[in-house]
Design a binder for this molecule. Sequence first.
Ligand code: 3EB
Length: 315
Amino acid sequence: MLQNFTSTRSPEELLAEADSLAVLRFNESTETTQSLIDTRVELLGELGAPFEVWKVEDASVEHGTTGNCVWARTNTLQFTAISAPLAQGDDFEATAYAVYQELLSVIETCPHPELVRFWNYIPNINHGAGDSENYKRFCTGRLRAYSKHHLQDLQFPAASAVGHYGTGITVYALTASTSAEHHANPRQVDAFKYPRQYGPSSPSFARATTIELNEQRLCFISGTASILGHSSVHQGDLRLQLYTTNDNILYLLKETGFKASQIRTLRVYLRHKSDLEACQGIVAELFPGTTVLYTHADICRADLLVEIECFCVDE
Ligand code: 3EB
């Protein structure tokens, strides 16, 4: 069974465990640890300095490096990560293209090439005006790389794309040997069909992706925000944005055949640190008893205050 949790043990110790598939570090750090994935996104709350861990109970994990990618795999799942430095003035489209091109090449030739879930962490995501906003440039580079690998709309996996205050782009991906099913949200326009006003290239992701693994179904709900149709709603109102986000997540649970009680972990990306307490209160009301990780991250649309992603297991 795939497990997702946080731990305050050292990354060396966590990575040394035979069944660790991925260990993720938050915040910017100058220490380098082989195989540790740096999100650079800042953690909020009183968790100390935890690491996020994905592990597969009783599996044996093989680790490797191919070019700039680090990967770890069991007999059914693979995590692959890549980071690229970005200096001021570097072109986000070119960097996104290079990162995705290399990542997709490694995935394509691995034993578990089915795209399930991608995470994108991008510095200064909202910098730049109009079509030159970093996120929009990123979307163009990502889409070009997907096209080069003959992947299009309905093959795009669940994803999150948020900003951080560190340096460099990090993308990491979960892929599988079994076929993945990608899902839409009936209340939202598919991201890959967003109209031109959101940028020259639409974002390449599905609202949710499910896989079946060892008779268990797993569901990855993408970063979900206060968007109805294709429009951001409730600008400036954290509470109403969270209610709409929650509704969107409930629709996605229904679409994918999951129940709210099957949500294992939530990750909340919050634009303003000062919203933390209010956000914690509302999230605790909406998702009672669920393990939540709060991070300080800019959302890819400048008018959104919060985005939430979920990992669910059917059992
Ligand atoms: C949205 O629904 C909000 O570009 O990979 C959410 C999840 C969002 C993933 C991505 C963007 C991405 O459009 C933004």
